[in-house]
Ligand binder design. Structure first.
Ligand code: AGP
Length: 613
C-alpha cells in the first residue's frame, strides 16, 4: 500500500525520487520521506501529503546522486513524522523504506531492545533498520547484512536500503506479495519503484523482482540474487504504456480524466481482438482448443471491491454467452473457506493493480488445489499477471485515481469478450449470434462517448441538491444490481456519504424502513427483462416519499414521469448496458464529492493497491 522509489545516477536524485513519489501517492498519503547519500546520509520527512515533504525540501534541499523515498499508508504507528520512512539507525549510517508488514516485529523488537538497540518510532519497519545495523556491526558488508536481516522477517515486504558506508548502491528485495518491486534500467543510471508510473518518464525497460529476489543497484549495473545469495539472470521487459497517460493533463482530477477516457479505453480493449466480419474473438494470452474449452465445468471469479462487482456482472455474461457455471467470491473470504476446486475449474482473478494481497492469496489457493488460473489484470507484469496460466491484459492504461473507474468498464468489456470467446470455442455461439454480438461491441465506445457529452445529464443540479444528504440507496436488479453496488461504493469512497447498494426486490424485506423524504434512492431502471419489476419498486419508493433518481434508457418517458430526476444512457445490447449505466453513477459520485469539498483522488483512509490483508 506504500510506494517506494529509488534512483542512482548522475542527476539530482531527490528531485527524481520526489517526482516518482508523486506518481505513487495513490498508494498512500499519510506521510512521506526521502534519504540521500552524498558523503553523509541525509533524510527529510513530513507528515501528511507529499506536498508537505516538497515544501520541506524547498526549505532544506537534499543534494546527491543516490536516493530512496517512500510514501506511507500507515499500518503500525500513527501517521506522524516520527513514524514516516525512511528509518535510520542510531548512528545514521543506513536508511530503510518498506512496503508491507513485519509480522514478527514484536518479537524482533523485544530481542533487539534487549541487545541494546533504541527504537524511536512505533513502526514495524524500524526493526529492519536495527537488524541490518546489528549485522553491519558484526563486520558484514551492506548486501550480506541486508540478506541476513531479510531472512528473519515474517510476512510480505518490498524493502530498499542505502548506506553511507557503501554510497554507490541501493539494496532492494521482494519478499512475498507486498506489492511490486520494479527495477528500471537506464543509461548510466538505474531506478527502483513499486509501480511503473513512478519511473515511466525515465525508462521503459524494466525488470520485475519475484518473491525472495534481491537486486543491488548501482549507476553502472544491476545485479540480481536469490535471497540465499545465488546470482540470478533476469529478463528485461519493455513497457508499452505511454508516459502521457500517467499525467492529469487538462483535467482537475485523475478520476475525472479516467472517467472521460472510457470511450478510448473501451476501444483499446476491443482493438485487435474481434474480427468484425465473422464476429470471432481472439484473446492473445488465452488460447484454448474447443476440447479444452468444453472441459471447463466451472469458473470461480475471485476479486475485491470494484473488481468483485465487475465479476458479478461477468457472471451474467459468461453464463449467458458461454453456458458455463460461474460463481463470484470476495477474495478475502474465498482464501479462508477451503473452497472445493479441481482441474475442471478455472479460478479467474480480476484485479486492476495485480497486487491485491487477498486476490493473490486466492489465486495461490486455486493453484494449490489444481484449478486453472486465469486473470484479468491492468498492471502488466504485476504478480497476478505473472502467476496466471492465461491472462487477459486490460488496455485501460495506468489508473491513478484511488476510485476505480476506467478499469471497471475495461473489465466488463474484457468479460464480455471472454464470454464470446468461450461461447465460440464451446460451440454455444453460432456465426449469426457472434456477428450480432461483435456489432454490438463495435458500437460501445461511441455509446460511452455519448454518455459523456457535456450537458447529456445534469450532475451539477443533483450534486447541489443532495450533497448534504448523509445516506443514499442504490437499487438495481439482475445485471444492474452489481452496478448499484458499484454506484454506492463510488459515492461512499470519495464523498464519505453512507450509501448502500441493494437488489431492488429485496428492498421490501428491510431497507424500505429507511426511506423518507430525505433519502435519495438511485433506481437503475434500464429497459431489460426486469424493467416492469423495477417500475413496481420505484412506486414503492415513491409511496414512502423517497427521492427517486432514476437511471433510464434515453427516451423512456414512463419511468421519467415517475421520477424526481433522471440520469439517462443510450440503449445498448442488454449484456453491455452495465458498461454505460455505471458512467452516470461515477459522475454523480464525482460531482457530489466536489460539492462536499472532498479530496477526490486521495480519499481518506484508502489506498489504490491493497497489498496487506
Ligand atoms: C475501487 O474504487 C476501490 N478503490 C477498490 O475497491 C478496488 O477495486 C479493490 O481494492 C480491488 O483492487 P484491485 O482491482 O487492484 O485488485
Amino acid at each position: 500500500m506504500c510506494g517506494i522509489v529509488g534512483y542512482v545516477g548522475s542527476k539530482d536524485a531527490s528531485s527524481i525520487v520526489l517526482e516518482g513519489l508523486k506518481k505513487l501517492e495513490y498508494r498512500g498519503y499519510d506521510s512521506a520521506g526521502i534519504a540521500t547519500v552524498n558523503g553523509d546520509l541525509a533524510i527529510r520527512r513530513a507528515e501528511g501529503k507529499l506536498v508537505n515533504l516538497e515544501n520541506r525540501l524547498r526549505e532544506a534541499p537534499l543534494d546527491g546522486h543516490l536516493a530512496i523515498g517512500h510514501t506511507r499508508w500507515a499500518t503500525h504507528g500513527a501517521p506522524i513524522e516520527r513514524n514516516a520512512h525512511p528509518h535510520a539507525d542510531e548512528a545514521r549510517v543506513i536508511a530503510v523504506v518498506q512496503n508491507g508488514i513485519v509480522e514478527n516485529f514484536m518479537a524482533l523488537r523485544a530481542q533487539l531492545q534487549q541487545e541494546g538497540h533504541t527504537f524511536v518510532s512505533d513502526t514495524d519497519t524500524e526493526v529492519i533498520t536495527h537488524l541490518i545495523d546489528k549485522y553491519l556491526a558484526q563486520g558484514d558488508g551492506l548486501v550480506e547484512a541486508c540478506r541476513r536481516a531479510f531472512r528473519q522477517l515474517h510476512g510480505a515486504h518490498a524493502i530498499a536500503v542505502v548506506s553511507k558506508q557503501e554510497p554507490d548502491k541501493i539494496v532492494t528485495v521482494r519478499l512475498g506479495n507486498a506489492g511490486g518491486v520494479i527495477v528500471g534500467l537506464g543509461q548510466d543510471e538505474n531506478y527502483l519503484a513499486s509501480d511503473i508510473p513512478a519511473i515511466l518518464d525515465h525508462t521503459q525497460q524494466v525488470v520485475y523482482l519475484e518473491d525472495k529476489e534481491m537486486a543491488v543497484i548501482t549507476a553502472g549495473q544491476v545485479n540480481f540474487y536469490r535471497l540465499d545469495g545465488q546470482p540470478l539472470r533476469k529478463e528485461t521487459h519493455q513497457i508499452t504504456w505511454d508516459p502521457i497517460s500517467a499525467v492529469k493533463g487538462q483535467y482537475r482530477h485523475f478520476m475525472q480524466k479516467e472517467i472521460y477516457e472510457q470511450p478510448q479505453s473501451i476501444q483499446s480493449t476491443i482493438r485487435g481482438r474481434v474480427d468484425f466480419t465473422s464476429g470471432q474473438v481472439h484473446l492473445e494470452h488465452l488460447s484454448l482448443t474447443p476440447a479444452e474449452a468444453k472441459a471447463i465445468e466451472r469458473i470461480v471469479i475471485v476479486a475485491c471491491g470494484t473488481s468483485a462487482y465487475a465479476g458479478q456482472v461477468g457472471k451474467f455474461m459468461l453464463e449467458k454467452l458461454a453456458q458455463v457455471h460461474v460463481s463470484v467470491d470476495y477474495a478475502s473470504e474465498f482464501r479462508y473457506r477451503d473452497p472445493l476446486l479441481d482441474d475442471k475449474t478455472v479460478v479467474l482473478a480480476i484485479t486492476q493493480s495485480g497486487e491485491t494481497a487477498d486476490t493473490l492469496a486466492s489465486m495461490e489457493e486455486g493453484q494449490r488445489k489444481g484449478a486453472k488460473l486465469w486473470s484479468i489484470v491492468n498492471a502488466h507484469g504485476s504478480m497476478a499477471h505473472r502467476i496466471s496460466d492465461g491472462v487477459i491484459l486490460m488496455q485501460a492504461g495506468p489508473e491513478i485515481g484511488v476510485a476505480s473507474t476506467k478499469a471497471f468498464t475495461a473489465t466488463l468489456t474484457d468479460l464480455f469478450l471472454l464470454g464470446m470467446y468461450l461461447g465460440q470455442q464451446r460451440g454455444v455461439l453460432g456465426a449469426e449470434e457472434s456477428f450480432e454480438l461483435a456489432t454490438a461491441l463495435a458500437h460501445l465506445p461511441e455509446l460511452a462517448g455519448e454518455t459523456l457529452v457535456e450537458g447529456y445529464n445534469d450532475y451539477q443540479t443533483l450534486a447541489k441538491l443532495y450533497h448534504h444528504c448523509e445516506h443514499f440507496l442504490f437499487l438495481g436488479r439482475g445485471l444492474n444490481y452489481p452496478i448499484a453496488l458499484e454506484g454506492a461504493l463510488k459515492l461512499k469512497e470519495i464523498s464519505y456519504i453512507h450509501a448502500e447498494g441493494y437488489p431492488a426486490g429485496e428492498m421490501k424485506h428491510g431497507p424500505i424502513a429507511l426511506i423518507d423524504d430525505n433519502m435519495p434512492v438511485v433506481c437503475i431502471a434500464t429497459q431489460d427483462h426486469v424493467y416492469d419489476k423495477m417500475i413496481s419498486q420505484i412506486e414503492q419508493v415513491r409511496a414512502r416519499k423517497g427521492i427517486v433518481i432514476a437511471l433510464i434508457n434515453e427516451g423512456d418517458n414512463e419511468v421519467a414521469a415517475k421520477a424526481d430526476h433522471v440520469l439517462k444512457i443510450p440503449t445498448a445490447h442488454p449484456l453491455l448496458t452495465p458498461v454505460l449505466s455505471v458512467i452516470p453513477l461515477q459522475l454523480l459520485a464525482y460531482h457530489t464529492a466536489i460539492w462536499r469539498g472532498a479530496d477526490v483522488d486521495q480519499p481518506r483512509n484508502l489506498a489504490k493497491s491493497v497489498t496487506v490483508e
